[in-house]
Design a protein around this ligand. Structure first.
Ligand SMILES: *Cc1c(COP(=O)(O)O)cnc(C)c1O
Length: 482
Protein backbone atom coordinates (compact mmCIF):
# COMPACT_ATOMS: atom_id res chain seq x y z
CA UNK A 1 0.00 0.00 0.00
CA UNK A 2 1.38 3.35 -0.93
CA UNK A 3 0.78 6.54 0.98
CA UNK A 4 -0.06 9.43 -1.27
CA UNK A 5 1.82 12.64 -0.68
CA UNK A 6 0.84 14.31 2.57
CA UNK A 7 -2.01 11.84 3.29
CA UNK A 8 -2.03 10.03 6.64
CA UNK A 9 -3.91 7.04 5.21
CA UNK A 10 -3.59 5.07 2.00
CA UNK A 11 -5.42 6.29 -1.06
CA UNK A 12 -7.23 2.97 -1.24
CA UNK A 13 -8.61 3.26 2.30
CA UNK A 14 -9.58 6.85 1.69
CA UNK A 15 -11.44 5.94 -1.48
CA UNK A 16 -13.27 3.24 0.45
CA UNK A 17 -14.18 5.72 3.15
CA UNK A 18 -15.62 8.13 0.64
CA UNK A 19 -17.57 5.35 -1.03
CA UNK A 20 -18.90 4.12 2.33
CA UNK A 21 -20.37 7.53 3.07
CA UNK A 22 -22.54 7.29 -0.04
CA UNK A 23 -23.78 3.73 0.24
CA UNK A 24 -27.47 3.01 0.85
CA UNK A 25 -28.32 1.26 4.10
CA UNK A 26 -29.08 -2.06 2.39
CA UNK A 27 -25.51 -2.18 1.04
CA UNK A 28 -23.71 -0.47 3.89
CA UNK A 29 -25.29 -2.34 6.79
CA UNK A 30 -27.34 -5.37 5.73
CA UNK A 31 -27.61 -6.46 9.37
CA UNK A 32 -29.46 -3.33 10.53
CA UNK A 33 -31.32 -3.18 7.20
CA UNK A 34 -32.68 -6.66 7.75
CA UNK A 35 -33.78 -5.90 11.33
CA UNK A 36 -35.68 -2.85 10.03
CA UNK A 37 -37.24 -4.97 7.29
CA UNK A 38 -38.42 -7.47 9.88
CA UNK A 39 -39.90 -4.68 11.98
CA UNK A 40 -41.64 -3.26 8.91
CA UNK A 41 -43.10 -6.71 8.27
CA UNK A 42 -44.29 -6.95 11.88
CA UNK A 43 -45.94 -3.54 11.65
CA UNK A 44 -47.55 -4.36 8.30
CA UNK A 45 -48.88 -7.84 9.09
CA UNK A 46 -49.77 -7.28 12.75
CA UNK A 47 -52.63 -5.40 14.38
CA UNK A 48 -51.16 -2.41 16.18
CA UNK A 49 -53.42 -1.56 19.10
CA UNK A 50 -50.96 0.08 21.47
CA UNK A 51 -52.79 3.28 22.39
CA UNK A 52 -49.69 5.48 22.40
CA UNK A 53 -48.51 4.42 18.96
CA UNK A 54 -49.20 5.65 15.47
CA UNK A 55 -47.76 5.46 11.96
CA UNK A 56 -46.00 8.61 10.83
CA UNK A 57 -46.60 9.64 7.24
CA UNK A 58 -44.04 9.36 4.49
CA UNK A 59 -43.46 13.13 4.43
CA UNK A 60 -42.79 13.22 8.18
CA UNK A 61 -40.25 10.39 7.94
CA UNK A 62 -38.52 12.04 4.97
CA UNK A 63 -38.06 15.23 6.97
CA UNK A 64 -36.86 13.18 9.93
CA UNK A 65 -34.29 11.40 7.80
CA UNK A 66 -32.99 14.62 6.29
CA UNK A 67 -29.76 16.63 6.58
CA UNK A 68 -31.39 18.59 9.42
CA UNK A 69 -29.96 15.81 11.59
CA UNK A 70 -26.49 17.25 11.05
CA UNK A 71 -26.93 20.75 12.35
CA UNK A 72 -26.01 22.08 15.79
CA UNK A 73 -28.03 25.11 16.87
CA UNK A 74 -27.99 25.50 20.67
CA UNK A 75 -30.11 28.48 21.59
CA UNK A 76 -33.28 29.82 20.00
CA UNK A 77 -34.03 31.39 16.59
CA UNK A 78 -32.01 34.59 16.25
CA UNK A 79 -29.93 33.79 19.36
CA UNK A 80 -27.75 30.78 18.61
CA UNK A 81 -24.39 29.65 19.87
CA UNK A 82 -23.45 28.37 16.38
CA UNK A 83 -23.15 29.81 12.91
CA UNK A 84 -24.93 28.63 9.80
CA UNK A 85 -28.30 28.59 11.49
CA UNK A 86 -30.34 30.71 9.09
CA UNK A 87 -32.31 27.71 7.79
CA UNK A 88 -32.84 26.00 11.11
CA UNK A 89 -34.02 29.37 12.46
CA UNK A 90 -36.58 29.54 9.67
CA UNK A 91 -37.60 25.94 10.37
CA UNK A 92 -37.98 26.40 14.13
CA UNK A 93 -40.02 29.59 13.68
CA UNK A 94 -42.26 27.83 11.17
CA UNK A 95 -42.73 24.92 13.55
CA UNK A 96 -43.67 27.32 16.39
CA UNK A 97 -46.19 29.15 14.20
CA UNK A 98 -47.77 25.92 13.06
CA UNK A 99 -47.93 24.57 16.62
CA UNK A 100 -49.86 27.65 17.79
CA UNK A 101 -52.10 27.62 14.74
CA UNK A 102 -52.84 23.90 15.00
CA UNK A 103 -54.31 24.46 18.47
CA UNK A 104 -56.01 27.73 17.59
CA UNK A 105 -53.80 29.82 19.88
CA UNK A 106 -53.22 33.55 19.73
CA UNK A 107 -49.47 34.29 19.72
CA UNK A 108 -49.99 37.23 22.08
CA UNK A 109 -51.40 34.92 24.73
CA UNK A 110 -49.44 31.74 24.12
CA UNK A 111 -45.91 30.77 23.23
CA UNK A 112 -44.44 27.38 22.48
CA UNK A 113 -41.12 25.63 22.85
CA UNK A 114 -40.61 23.01 20.12
CA UNK A 115 -37.22 21.75 21.29
CA UNK A 116 -38.05 19.05 23.90
CA UNK A 117 -36.61 15.72 22.79
CA UNK A 118 -39.75 13.88 23.85
CA UNK A 119 -42.70 13.99 26.26
CA UNK A 120 -40.76 13.00 29.37
CA UNK A 121 -38.04 15.64 28.99
CA UNK A 122 -40.78 18.18 28.23
CA UNK A 123 -42.47 17.47 31.55
CA UNK A 124 -39.20 17.57 33.45
CA UNK A 125 -38.48 20.95 31.85
CA UNK A 126 -41.88 22.26 33.01
CA UNK A 127 -41.21 21.20 36.61
CA UNK A 128 -37.69 22.59 36.46
CA UNK A 129 -39.13 25.90 35.24
CA UNK A 130 -41.93 26.46 37.75
CA UNK A 131 -41.37 24.18 40.76
CA UNK A 132 -38.39 24.73 43.06
CA UNK A 133 -36.28 21.67 44.05
CA UNK A 134 -38.45 19.49 46.32
CA UNK A 135 -41.45 21.64 45.53
CA UNK A 136 -44.78 19.85 45.40
CA UNK A 137 -46.60 18.34 42.44
CA UNK A 138 -49.83 16.36 42.12
CA UNK A 139 -50.53 14.04 39.20
CA UNK A 140 -52.76 11.04 38.51
CA UNK A 141 -51.15 7.90 39.96
CA UNK A 142 -49.52 5.60 37.39
CA UNK A 143 -51.63 2.52 38.28
CA UNK A 144 -54.72 4.73 37.89
CA UNK A 145 -53.82 5.84 34.37
CA UNK A 146 -51.26 8.60 34.94
CA UNK A 147 -47.75 8.77 33.50
CA UNK A 148 -44.42 7.94 35.15
CA UNK A 149 -43.33 11.56 34.79
CA UNK A 150 -46.27 12.81 36.87
CA UNK A 151 -44.29 12.04 40.03
CA UNK A 152 -44.55 8.27 40.14
CA UNK A 153 -43.31 6.47 43.24
CA UNK A 154 -44.35 3.41 45.21
CA UNK A 155 -44.54 3.03 48.98
CA UNK A 156 -41.10 1.45 48.88
CA UNK A 157 -39.31 3.45 46.23
CA UNK A 158 -39.19 6.71 44.34
CA UNK A 159 -39.20 5.49 40.76
CA UNK A 160 -39.47 8.50 38.45
CA UNK A 161 -36.89 11.28 38.78
CA UNK A 162 -39.95 13.54 39.00
CA UNK A 163 -40.57 12.02 42.47
CA UNK A 164 -36.89 12.12 43.44
CA UNK A 165 -36.32 15.81 42.71
CA UNK A 166 -39.86 16.98 43.48
CA UNK A 167 -42.29 15.95 46.23
CA UNK A 168 -45.18 14.11 44.73
CA UNK A 169 -48.63 13.26 46.01
CA UNK A 170 -50.75 11.31 43.58
CA UNK A 171 -54.49 11.59 43.10
CA UNK A 172 -56.53 8.56 42.11
CA UNK A 173 -59.57 7.21 40.33
CA UNK A 174 -62.57 5.86 42.20
CA UNK A 175 -61.92 2.08 42.24
CA UNK A 176 -65.62 1.34 41.72
CA UNK A 177 -66.39 3.67 38.82
CA UNK A 178 -62.95 4.14 37.25
CA UNK A 179 -63.53 7.92 37.08
CA UNK A 180 -61.08 10.41 38.61
CA UNK A 181 -61.98 11.27 42.20
CA UNK A 182 -61.90 15.09 41.97
CA UNK A 183 -63.40 15.54 45.47
CA UNK A 184 -60.50 13.66 47.01
CA UNK A 185 -58.02 15.59 44.84
CA UNK A 186 -59.54 18.82 46.14
CA UNK A 187 -59.31 17.71 49.79
CA UNK A 188 -55.74 16.48 49.45
CA UNK A 189 -54.60 19.55 47.52
CA UNK A 190 -55.82 21.70 50.44
CA UNK A 191 -53.55 19.71 52.76
CA UNK A 192 -50.59 19.25 50.41
CA UNK A 193 -50.53 22.74 48.83
CA UNK A 194 -48.99 21.74 45.51
CA UNK A 195 -47.12 24.21 43.37
CA UNK A 196 -48.31 22.39 40.25
CA UNK A 197 -51.24 20.14 39.40
CA UNK A 198 -51.04 17.92 36.34
CA UNK A 199 -54.12 17.13 34.27
CA UNK A 200 -53.03 14.36 31.97
CA UNK A 201 -53.31 10.64 31.42
CA UNK A 202 -51.82 7.68 29.61
CA UNK A 203 -54.58 5.22 30.31
CA UNK A 204 -57.89 6.93 30.94
CA UNK A 205 -60.78 6.67 28.53
CA UNK A 206 -62.81 9.66 29.72
CA UNK A 207 -62.57 13.41 29.20
CA UNK A 208 -60.89 15.37 31.97
CA UNK A 209 -62.72 18.08 33.89
CA UNK A 210 -60.21 20.87 33.28
CA UNK A 211 -62.52 23.53 34.73
CA UNK A 212 -62.74 21.64 38.00
CA UNK A 213 -58.97 21.18 38.10
CA UNK A 214 -58.47 24.90 37.37
CA UNK A 215 -60.64 25.69 40.36
CA UNK A 216 -58.62 23.33 42.58
CA UNK A 217 -55.37 24.86 41.32
CA UNK A 218 -56.69 28.36 42.05
CA UNK A 219 -57.65 27.40 45.60
CA UNK A 220 -54.00 26.58 46.17
CA UNK A 221 -52.29 29.19 44.01
CA UNK A 222 -50.94 26.32 41.93
CA UNK A 223 -50.11 26.19 38.25
CA UNK A 224 -52.23 23.88 36.14
CA UNK A 225 -50.36 21.84 33.57
CA UNK A 226 -52.26 19.78 31.02
CA UNK A 227 -50.14 16.94 29.69
CA UNK A 228 -52.14 16.12 26.56
CA UNK A 229 -49.57 13.62 25.23
CA UNK A 230 -52.11 10.95 24.33
CA UNK A 231 -54.92 13.14 23.09
CA UNK A 232 -53.24 16.14 21.44
CA UNK A 233 -54.33 15.02 17.96
CA UNK A 234 -57.92 14.67 19.14
CA UNK A 235 -57.74 18.13 20.72
CA UNK A 236 -56.27 19.75 17.61
CA UNK A 237 -59.08 18.23 15.55
CA UNK A 238 -61.64 19.54 18.04
CA UNK A 239 -63.19 16.14 18.75
CA UNK A 240 -62.46 16.19 22.50
CA UNK A 241 -62.46 19.22 24.87
CA UNK A 242 -59.39 21.47 24.76
CA UNK A 243 -57.43 22.17 27.95
CA UNK A 244 -56.00 25.49 26.77
CA UNK A 245 -58.60 27.88 28.16
CA UNK A 246 -58.12 26.44 31.67
CA UNK A 247 -54.37 25.87 31.84
CA UNK A 248 -51.17 27.83 32.39
CA UNK A 249 -48.99 25.30 30.59
CA UNK A 250 -49.72 22.47 28.17
CA UNK A 251 -47.19 19.77 27.29
CA UNK A 252 -47.46 17.04 24.70
CA UNK A 253 -45.67 14.39 22.74
CA UNK A 254 -45.86 14.67 18.98
CA UNK A 255 -45.86 10.99 17.99
CA UNK A 256 -49.08 9.68 19.51
CA UNK A 257 -52.44 10.92 18.17
CA UNK A 258 -50.66 13.97 16.72
CA UNK A 259 -48.99 11.50 14.32
CA UNK A 260 -45.61 13.16 13.94
CA UNK A 261 -42.12 11.91 14.70
CA UNK A 262 -40.98 11.40 18.31
CA UNK A 263 -40.56 14.74 20.10
CA UNK A 264 -42.22 17.00 22.65
CA UNK A 265 -43.83 20.46 22.80
CA UNK A 266 -44.46 22.86 25.68
CA UNK A 267 -47.09 25.59 25.33
CA UNK A 268 -47.04 28.39 27.92
CA UNK A 269 -49.20 31.39 28.62
CA UNK A 270 -48.03 34.97 28.10
CA UNK A 271 -49.45 38.24 29.36
CA UNK A 272 -51.60 38.80 32.43
CA UNK A 273 -51.80 35.91 34.93
CA UNK A 274 -54.17 37.48 37.47
CA UNK A 275 -55.70 40.76 38.60
CA UNK A 276 -56.14 41.36 42.34
CA UNK A 277 -59.00 43.18 44.12
CA UNK A 278 -57.27 46.55 43.67
CA UNK A 279 -56.94 45.95 39.94
CA UNK A 280 -53.21 45.22 40.12
CA UNK A 281 -52.07 42.90 37.35
CA UNK A 282 -49.63 40.05 37.81
CA UNK A 283 -47.90 38.98 34.62
CA UNK A 284 -46.83 35.51 33.55
CA UNK A 285 -43.10 34.96 33.25
CA UNK A 286 -43.36 31.44 31.90
CA UNK A 287 -41.73 32.16 28.56
CA UNK A 288 -38.25 32.78 29.91
CA UNK A 289 -38.58 30.18 32.69
CA UNK A 290 -39.59 27.41 30.31
CA UNK A 291 -37.23 28.32 27.50
CA UNK A 292 -34.32 28.45 29.94
CA UNK A 293 -35.31 25.16 31.55
CA UNK A 294 -35.28 23.42 28.15
CA UNK A 295 -32.04 25.07 27.04
CA UNK A 296 -29.54 25.49 28.66
CA UNK A 297 -31.19 23.93 31.73
CA UNK A 298 -31.71 20.38 30.56
CA UNK A 299 -30.90 19.95 26.90
CA UNK A 300 -28.14 20.69 24.44
CA UNK A 301 -28.58 21.05 20.71
CA UNK A 302 -32.13 20.80 19.44
CA UNK A 303 -32.97 17.82 17.23
CA UNK A 304 -33.57 19.83 14.10
CA UNK A 305 -34.53 16.77 12.06
CA UNK A 306 -37.26 16.07 14.62
CA UNK A 307 -38.39 19.71 14.55
CA UNK A 308 -38.65 19.35 10.75
CA UNK A 309 -40.75 16.20 11.13
CA UNK A 310 -42.99 17.88 13.72
CA UNK A 311 -43.50 20.90 11.46
CA UNK A 312 -44.62 18.61 8.62
CA UNK A 313 -46.96 16.72 10.96
CA UNK A 314 -48.47 19.99 12.22
CA UNK A 315 -49.24 21.09 8.67
CA UNK A 316 -51.13 17.83 8.20
CA UNK A 317 -52.92 18.38 11.52
CA UNK A 318 -54.55 21.52 10.08
CA UNK A 319 -56.20 19.70 7.16
CA UNK A 320 -59.82 18.51 6.89
CA UNK A 321 -58.36 15.03 6.30
CA UNK A 322 -56.82 15.05 9.77
CA UNK A 323 -60.11 16.05 11.34
CA UNK A 324 -61.79 13.21 9.47
CA UNK A 325 -59.07 10.87 10.72
CA UNK A 326 -59.64 11.82 14.35
CA UNK A 327 -63.42 11.44 14.00
CA UNK A 328 -62.76 7.97 12.66
CA UNK A 329 -60.39 7.22 15.58
CA UNK A 330 -63.27 7.94 17.99
CA UNK A 331 -65.83 6.02 15.95
CA UNK A 332 -63.48 3.05 15.72
CA UNK A 333 -62.86 3.11 19.44
CA UNK A 334 -66.60 3.00 20.10
CA UNK A 335 -67.00 0.18 17.58
CA UNK A 336 -64.19 -1.82 19.23
CA UNK A 337 -65.56 -1.15 22.71
CA UNK A 338 -69.13 -2.14 21.76
CA UNK A 339 -67.99 -5.26 19.93
CA UNK A 340 -65.98 -6.39 22.96
CA UNK A 341 -68.95 -5.69 25.26
CA UNK A 342 -71.08 -7.82 22.89
CA UNK A 343 -68.52 -10.61 23.31
CA UNK A 344 -69.17 -10.38 27.06
CA UNK A 345 -66.24 -8.29 28.22
CA UNK A 346 -66.14 -5.55 30.83
CA UNK A 347 -64.73 -2.16 29.81
CA UNK A 348 -63.53 0.14 32.61
CA UNK A 349 -66.03 3.06 32.98
CA UNK A 350 -68.26 1.19 30.52
CA UNK A 351 -66.86 2.83 27.39
CA UNK A 352 -64.72 5.64 26.06
CA UNK A 353 -64.76 9.34 25.12
CA UNK A 354 -61.43 9.09 23.33
CA UNK A 355 -59.08 6.81 21.42
CA UNK A 356 -58.55 4.09 24.02
CA UNK A 357 -60.30 1.55 26.18
CA UNK A 358 -59.22 -0.49 29.17
CA UNK A 359 -60.50 -4.05 29.18
CA UNK A 360 -60.97 -5.52 32.67
CA UNK A 361 -60.22 -9.26 32.63
CA UNK A 362 -61.05 -9.95 36.28
CA UNK A 363 -64.58 -11.06 35.44
CA UNK A 364 -63.12 -13.58 32.97
CA UNK A 365 -60.66 -15.05 35.46
CA UNK A 366 -57.61 -13.93 33.51
CA UNK A 367 -55.23 -10.97 33.59
CA UNK A 368 -53.33 -8.59 31.34
CA UNK A 369 -49.96 -10.34 31.42
CA UNK A 370 -51.19 -13.70 30.16
CA UNK A 371 -53.56 -12.37 27.52
CA UNK A 372 -50.93 -9.92 26.28
CA UNK A 373 -48.58 -12.87 25.62
CA UNK A 374 -51.16 -14.82 23.63
CA UNK A 375 -52.24 -11.74 21.67
CA UNK A 376 -48.61 -11.03 20.84
CA UNK A 377 -48.26 -14.60 19.57
CA UNK A 378 -51.21 -14.04 17.22
CA UNK A 379 -49.74 -10.74 15.94
CA UNK A 380 -51.90 -8.36 18.00
CA UNK A 381 -49.87 -5.71 19.82
CA UNK A 382 -51.38 -4.17 22.95
CA UNK A 383 -50.26 -3.80 26.55
CA UNK A 384 -51.20 -5.02 29.99
CA UNK A 385 -52.37 -2.34 32.39
CA UNK A 386 -53.59 -2.10 35.96
CA UNK A 387 -57.34 -1.69 36.42
CA UNK A 388 -58.88 0.54 39.10
CA UNK A 389 -58.83 -1.38 42.37
CA UNK A 390 -56.10 -3.85 41.32
CA UNK A 391 -54.49 -5.26 44.43
CA UNK A 392 -51.05 -5.66 42.91
CA UNK A 393 -49.27 -3.78 40.14
CA UNK A 394 -47.31 -7.00 39.54
CA UNK A 395 -50.37 -8.76 38.14
CA UNK A 396 -52.29 -6.08 36.23
CA UNK A 397 -55.72 -7.30 35.29
CA UNK A 398 -56.39 -5.17 32.23
CA UNK A 399 -55.44 -4.68 28.62
CA UNK A 400 -55.20 -1.23 27.03
CA UNK A 401 -56.32 -0.92 23.40
CA UNK A 402 -56.12 2.18 21.23
CA UNK A 403 -57.37 2.87 17.71
CA UNK A 404 -55.06 5.67 16.40
CA UNK A 405 -52.50 3.46 14.66
CA UNK A 406 -54.86 1.14 12.79
CA UNK A 407 -57.09 4.07 11.85
CA UNK A 408 -54.05 5.62 10.13
CA UNK A 409 -53.99 2.49 7.98
CA UNK A 410 -57.56 3.11 6.88
CA UNK A 411 -59.59 0.76 9.10
CA UNK A 412 -63.21 1.72 9.79
CA UNK A 413 -65.92 0.51 12.21
CA UNK A 414 -66.65 -2.75 10.37
CA UNK A 415 -62.95 -3.63 10.42
CA UNK A 416 -62.78 -3.04 14.14
CA UNK A 417 -65.57 -5.56 14.68
CA UNK A 418 -63.25 -8.05 13.04
CA UNK A 419 -60.38 -6.86 15.25
CA UNK A 420 -62.58 -7.45 18.32
CA UNK A 421 -63.22 -11.01 17.09
CA UNK A 422 -59.49 -11.68 16.84
CA UNK A 423 -58.96 -10.29 20.36
CA UNK A 424 -61.79 -12.51 21.60
CA UNK A 425 -60.21 -15.58 20.01
CA UNK A 426 -56.90 -14.75 21.71
CA UNK A 427 -58.55 -14.38 25.11
CA UNK A 428 -60.52 -17.63 24.72
CA UNK A 429 -57.24 -19.36 23.95
CA UNK A 430 -55.59 -17.74 26.99
CA UNK A 431 -58.31 -19.18 29.20
CA UNK A 432 -57.81 -22.62 27.63
CA UNK A 433 -54.09 -22.55 28.36
CA UNK A 434 -54.81 -21.39 31.92
CA UNK A 435 -57.30 -24.21 32.42
CA UNK A 436 -54.63 -26.75 31.47
CA UNK A 437 -52.39 -25.65 34.32
CA UNK A 438 -52.17 -24.97 38.04
CA UNK A 439 -54.08 -21.73 38.78
CA UNK A 440 -51.11 -20.50 40.81
CA UNK A 441 -48.66 -20.98 37.93
CA UNK A 442 -46.40 -18.03 37.15
CA UNK A 443 -46.46 -16.00 33.95
CA UNK A 444 -43.24 -17.74 32.94
CA UNK A 445 -44.90 -21.15 33.38
CA UNK A 446 -47.82 -19.86 31.36
CA UNK A 447 -45.62 -18.78 28.45
CA UNK A 448 -43.94 -22.18 28.53
CA UNK A 449 -47.26 -24.05 28.53
CA UNK A 450 -48.50 -21.87 25.69
CA UNK A 451 -45.49 -22.55 23.50
CA UNK A 452 -45.12 -26.25 24.38
CA UNK A 453 -48.62 -27.64 24.10
CA UNK A 454 -48.85 -28.83 20.49
CA UNK A 455 -52.54 -28.11 20.36
CA UNK A 456 -51.96 -24.53 21.56
CA UNK A 457 -49.17 -24.00 19.04
CA UNK A 458 -51.45 -25.11 16.25
CA UNK A 459 -54.28 -22.86 17.34
CA UNK A 460 -51.93 -19.90 17.70
CA UNK A 461 -50.51 -20.46 14.22
CA UNK A 462 -54.04 -20.71 12.80
CA UNK A 463 -55.30 -17.46 14.32
CA UNK A 464 -52.05 -15.69 13.55
CA UNK A 465 -52.38 -16.58 9.87
CA UNK A 466 -55.89 -15.12 9.85
CA UNK A 467 -54.72 -11.93 11.58
CA UNK A 468 -51.81 -11.50 9.18
CA UNK A 469 -53.99 -12.01 6.12
CA UNK A 470 -56.44 -9.43 7.47
CA UNK A 471 -53.84 -6.83 8.50
CA UNK A 472 -51.86 -7.23 5.28
CA UNK A 473 -54.79 -5.89 3.24
CA UNK A 474 -54.41 -2.37 4.60
CA UNK A 475 -51.92 0.17 3.24
CA UNK A 476 -48.88 0.98 5.33
CA UNK A 477 -47.95 4.67 5.75
CA UNK A 478 -44.31 5.73 5.77
CA UNK A 479 -41.29 5.29 3.55
CA UNK A 480 -41.93 2.76 0.78
CA UNK A 481 -38.95 0.56 1.55
CA UNK A 482 -38.20 1.16 5.20
C1 LIG B 1 -46.32 9.14 26.47
C2 LIG B 1 -46.50 10.12 27.57
C3 LIG B 1 -45.43 10.92 28.02
C4 LIG B 1 -44.00 10.69 27.66
O1 LIG B 1 -43.64 10.68 26.40
P1 LIG B 1 -42.26 10.04 25.90
O2 LIG B 1 -42.13 10.62 24.56
O3 LIG B 1 -42.45 8.56 25.94
O4 LIG B 1 -41.18 10.48 26.84
C5 LIG B 1 -45.72 11.90 28.95
N1 LIG B 1 -46.95 12.08 29.42
C6 LIG B 1 -47.98 11.30 29.05
C7 LIG B 1 -49.34 11.56 29.62
C8 LIG B 1 -47.79 10.29 28.11
O5 LIG B 1 -48.81 9.50 27.77
Amino acid sequence: MSLTNGHCVSKETWDHHNKMMLEPLSVNDPEVFSIIKKEKHRQTYGLELIASENFASRAVLEALGSCMNNKYSEGYPGQRYYGGTEHVDELERLCQLRALEAFGLNSEKWGVNVQPYSGSPANFAVYTAVVEPHGRIMGLDLPDGGHLTHGFMTEKKKISATSIFFESMAYKVNPETGYINYDRLQENAKLFHPKLIIAGTSCYSRNLDYARMRQIANENGAYLLADMAHISGLIAAGVVPSPFEHCDIVSTTTHKTLRGCRAGLIFFRKGVRSIDAKGKETMYNLESLINQAVFPGLQGGPHNHAIAGVAVALKQVMTPEFKAYQKQVLANCKALSNALIDHGYKIVTGGSDNHLILLDLRTKGSDGGRTEKVLEAIAIACNKNTCPGDKSALRPSGLRFGTPALTSRGLIEEDFKKVAEFIHKGIVLTLEVQKSMDPKATLKDFVQAMSQGENFQEQIAGIRAEVEAFAGQFPMPGLPEL
